[in-house]
Design a protein around this ligand. Structure first.
Ligand code: HEC
Ligand code: HEC
Length: 207
C-alpha cells in the first residue's frame, strides 16, 4: 500500500510538471559564466548562503529559474540576471550545472547520528516522513518526481530552506511540487533542522 501511494504521488507529479525546453550543456557552460561569481564556475559555491548547483537535476534547476524570472521565487541577488535569460538559456545553463559533480563539505560529527536518523527514518512521534523516501538513500533526489538532490549542500542553505518551508514559504502555488515540503517541514524542530542540514552537508551522493 505504501509503495502504491508513493507510486501514485510520483505519477501525479510527473503529469503535472511543466514541459520544459531541452537544454544543451555545452552551450550552457558559456552562458553560466554570469552565475559563477556566486555559485562557482562548476556550481560548487564556496559561500554557504549561495547554494551549490553542481549535479542538481536539470528540471529542478530550470523550475527554480523560471520561478525567479516570474518573480514567484524572490531572490533579489538574481532577479536582474534571470530577467535577461530566455527559456533556452535557462534550459542550457541547467543542463550544464546538472553535468557537474558536487563537492560535499564536512559534517559536524556530533550531529551526524541525529541527522541521519531523521533523514532515514523520519520522526514517527511527530509524524515526520523519512526524507529518504523522496530524496533518496544517498540524497540523490528523484528527477522524474521533481525531488531535488540534497547531498553535499551547504548546511546553512538547507537550514534556511527548511525554516522557510516550516513557516509556509512556497512558490509556484499552482503546481504539485510546491506544497510538499511545507507539509513535511511543519513539525520539524530547530534541533532536527540543524542536525539534518549538517548531515546533508557531509553526505556524498556517490556513496
Ligand atoms: C549575486 C549572487 C548570485 C548570482 C550572480 C546568481 N545567483 Fe543563483 N542564488 C543566489 C542566492 C543567494 C540563492 C539562494 C536564495 C535563497 O536563499 O532562497 C540562489 C539560488 C539559486 C537557485 C535555487 C537553488 C536551489 O537549490 O533551490 C538556482 C537554481 C540558481 N540560484 C541559479 C542561478 C543561475 C543559473 C545563475 C546565473 C544565470 C545564478 N543563480 C546567479 C545568488 C546568486
Ligand atoms: C514527499 C516527498 C518529500 C519528502 C518526504 C521530503 N521532501 Fe524535501 N523536497 C521535496 C520537494 C518536491 C522539494 C522541492 C520543492 C519545490 O520545488 O518547491 C523538496 C525540497 C527540499 C529542500 C530544498 C532543496 C533546495 O535545493 O533548495 C530541502 C533542503 C529538503 N527538501 C529537505 C528535506 C528534508 C530534510 C526532509 C525530511 C525531514 C524532506 N525534505 C522530506 C519532497 C520531499
Amino acid at each position: 500500500m505504501k509503495y502504491f501511494l508513493q507510486f501514485a504521488v510520483a505519477l501525479s507529479l510527473l503529469v503535472s510538471l511543466p514541459v520544459l525546453a531541452m537544454g544543451d550543456a555545452t552551450a550552457g557552460q558559456g552562458k553560466a559564466a554570469v552565475c559563477a561569481a556566486c555559485h562557482g564556475a562548476d556550481g560548487n559555491s564556496v559561500i554557504p548562503n549561495w547554494p551549490k548547483l553542481a549535479g542538481q537535476h536539470a528540471a529542478y534547476l530550470e523550475r527554480q529559474l523560471v520561478l525567479v524570472k516570474a518573480g514567484k521565487r524572490q531572490i533579489p541577488e538574481m532577479t536582474g540576471i534571470a530577467m535577461g535569460l530566455s527559456e533556452q538559456d535557462m534550459a542550457d545553463i541547467s543542463a550544464y550545472f546538472a553535468t557537474q559533480v558536487i563537492k560535499a563539505g564536512l559534517a559536524d560529527e556530533a550531529l551526524v547520528a541525529a541527522g541521519e536518523l531523521l533523514y532515514r527514518s523520519g520522526n514517527p512521534d511527530t509524524d515526520i516522513a523519512a526524507c529518504m523516501s523522496c530524496h533518496g538513500p544517498a540524497g540523490e533526489g528523484n528527477p522524474l518526481s521533481g525531488y531535488p538532490a540534497l547531498a553535499g549542500q551547504h548546511a546553512v542553505y538547507s537550514e534556511k530552506m527548511l525554516k522557510g518551508f516550516r513557516s509556509g514559504q512556497m512558490w509556484g502555488e499552482d503546481d504539485a511540487s510546491s506544497r510538499i515540503m511545507t507539509e513535511v517541514a511543519k513539525r520539524l524542530s530547530d534541533d532536527e533542522i540543524k542536525a539534518v542540514a549538517n548531515y546533508l552537508q557531509g553526505l556524498h551522493a556517490a556513496e
